[in-house]
Design a binder for this molecule. Sequence first.
Ligand SMILES: C[S@@+](CC[C@H](N)C(=O)[O-])C[C@H]1O[C@@H](n2cnc3c(N)ncnc32)[C@H](O)[C@@H]1O
Length: 232
Amino acid sequence: MRQRLTDYRLFWREFRDTFHSTGAVLPSGRRLARSLASRVQAADQPQKILEVGPGTGPVTSQIISRLGPDDHLDLVELNERFADVLQDRLNSDPRWQAVANRVRVLQIPIEEVEPDIRYDVIVSGLPLNNFSCELVEQILAQFHRLAANQASLSFFEYVAVRKAKSLVAKHAERRRLAGIEQMLRREFDSWEFDRQCVLANVPPAWVHHLRLPGGMNPKQKTEVAEPAITGP
Ligand SMILES: C[S@@+](CC[C@H](N)C(=O)[O-])C[C@H]1O[C@@H](n2cnc3c(N)ncnc32)[C@H](O)[C@@H]1O
């Protein structure tokens, strides 16, 4: 409980100071975290798992409880304060300590991760709707690059968030949101195999599960056409 309050406080501070990359007021609730981690499953082979944007670690906790004995987990977190929290927890929380020799915390943006490992499961907490179209395109391409053949990619977005933002946004912002919508729609049409609506979260969220064909030229699937928007 104390850990959770400390996490909430840090998350709120980071939301205030680094809204653009933190993208949420609160860490994900347990149901959302469980849904995001649900593709970490027992397999015949050891699994390589990547979590992008773990923040204070609510989804990481769920992933750790599903980790097989030979699985490896990489946590890629941009924010230094969050990366420190994750590392502290690996050093001090008994449940995390038990797997610490198979978990790495990489404090870098996902765009800069070298694709020398292909992951079987990718879980992302990135607030894509806060980013420029160019960055979203780059990140989606990076997910494809880092994916092993038939890898799963799970990520969430808050219900109706683009629509709600578009209603009050100026023209340039509406164009940005429409561009992101178009890129994500293309990903869903091509690769989505399941989605879940988690109402018991603040705010409620959609979790998307995609199956990626590793080794694809990601550019082909993520090229952005000019979104057709009219109005002021
Ligand atoms: C909405 S929070 C999600 C945190 C956590 N997964 C959760 O569900 O509570 C987004 C997280 O993504 C991280 N982040 C944002 N941009 C990133 C990037 N380019 N590379 C890696 N992490 C990034 C932020 O620092 C933050 O921890």
